[in-house]
Design a protein around this ligand. Structure first.
Ligand code: ZN
Ligand code: ZN
Length: 409
């Protein structure tokens, strides 16, 4: 297949399996400017599927950099609240949401972390009404990636630009199954396999997960009414979508006050333009009480100090070490891909979907049941081929869930 054919298959996969756009539905897309060729194809497939209106919003790395270089100090406490309010209004009106990512993971590496952190905070705050619609699955949504030259350079620093870009595209098409003869059918089969896994885990009703590996000795308590999710999900508007493409994870809700022990990250984390590497943290009663990072420590400390929930867990996810993303051997420097290479945890906001009945509770009731709340949600990888995970049953008995990073059953 030519690149253009693959891009078309990828666009169709996004509209049909990722979003599952319903006739009459609007679609809001955010994308890097480089992604115009893909956005055009997605727009075409969305209208063919019956979308009533497709609204693309583009962002540009050079514009972002110009702000940090030349804007006055008060700029960094400012965000486009009007835009995010508009997006939230669109979602309230049942618009679907597509985010295309692919910006340089190290774009802001040389910028003052204080400015970056203030700008992120202002943005997170302004984005919250829209993010809540997404994290509560009010509407169908999907995240995919576009291989930009700057991202390709970051993933393959030793290669000439053309080769790096071609290699990143090949990896994207492979990991998303867009290069198979029937990508939509392949996703349906993959989703079914993930569903069997979540059905099994939901039936076990574990009270906690126990992790053992190099630098890791950690117990993560799960909320009582936790629900394992993975692959396709039904949004509250009744549409079944695949929120992440690729996705190899099954995930659920940790208890915000029942996490204890030490854990070492197994891959670097790219957080809004900065690399954080060599993360080691210790939890006590759910809270990070000690945090180290070999690189980007400053940004990491600021990240977990964003608010009360930023130093507590909002997600725990299991991914076998043999996943296609892990098998590719590539460190993408992009969470959408890297999180599917390894078991991970996320600090910050929990997904409503991961607790039965959460949508009907008040924020105080959710908190009391152990559901975490925060302006941020940041995943980091703690899995590897060296990690063992046990599920702890209600009576305290452990049973082997993963050994050396692979499912036992
Ligand atoms: Zn995850
Ligand atoms: Zn996550």
């Amino acid at each position: 297949m030519t690149h253009d054919q693959l891009l078309d298959a990828y666009a169709k996969l996004t509209v049909r399996s990722g979003l599952n756009i319903a006739p009459g539905q609007q679609l809001v897309i955010t994308a890097p400017v480089e992604a115009v060729p893909l956005v055009r194809k997605i727009t075409e497939h969305a209208y063919k599927a019956g979308a009533s209106l497709v609204t693309p919003l583009f962002n540009d790395e050079q514009n972002t950099l110009a702000r940090f270089k030349y804007a006055s100090d008060e700029s960094f406490d400012t965000a486009s609240a009007w835009l995010f309010e508009g997006m939230a209004a669109a979602f309230k009106g049942n618009a679907a949401r597509l985010a295309i990512i692919g910006e340089d993971p190290a774009l802001l590496a040389s910028i003052d972390p204080e400015k970056v952190s203030r700008a992120n905070r202002a943005r997170s705050k302004a984005y919250r009404p829209a993010l809540e619609m997404i994290s509560s699955f009010a509407i169908n949504w999907n995240i995919i990636a576009y291989a930009t030259p700057s991202w390709a350079k970051s993933a393959f620093p030793g290669l000439p630009p053309d080769e790096a870009l071609a290699k990143l595209w090949a990896a994207i098409f492979k990991c998303t199954r867009a290069d198979l003869p029937d990508p939509v059918g392949a996703w349906a089969a993959h989703s079914k396999a993930l569903r069997e896994r979540t059905d099994f885990l939901n039936a076990r009703r574990y009270s906690a997960l126990k992790y053992k590996g190099p630098g890791t000795d950690l117990v993560i308590g799960l909320v009582e009414d936790h629900e394992w999710k993975g692959g396709a999900s039904m949004a509250r508007n009744g549409i079944i979508c695949n929120p992440n493409i690729p996705s190899e994870e099954v995930f659920t809700m940790p208890h915000r006050e029942r996490v204890d022990g030490s854990v070492r990250a197994t891959k670097p984390l790219s957080y809004q333009g900065t690399f954080i590497d060599g993360i080691r943290v210790r939890f006590e009663k759910g809270r990070i009480v000690e945090a180290h990072a070999e690189k980007g420590a400053d940004v990491f400390q600021k990240m977990i100090a964003t608010d009360e929930g930023a130093a507590r867990l909002g997600e725990v996810a299991l991914v076998p070490h043999s996943s296609p993303i892990s098998a590719s051997g590539i460190v993408f420097n992009e969470t959408l891909f890297d999180e599917n290479a390894a078991s991970h945890i996320a600090v910050g906001q929990a997904y409503m979907d991961n607790m039965k009945g959460a949508a009907g509770l008040t924020p105080e009731e959710r908190l009391a049941k152990g559901m975490n709340a925060s302006l941020i949600h940041v995943d980091w990888m703690i899995g590897s081929g060296e990690i063992d995970i046990d599920g702890i049953l209600a009576d305290g008995k452990p049973e082997a869930l993963m050994r050396k990073g692979e499912w036992v059953a």
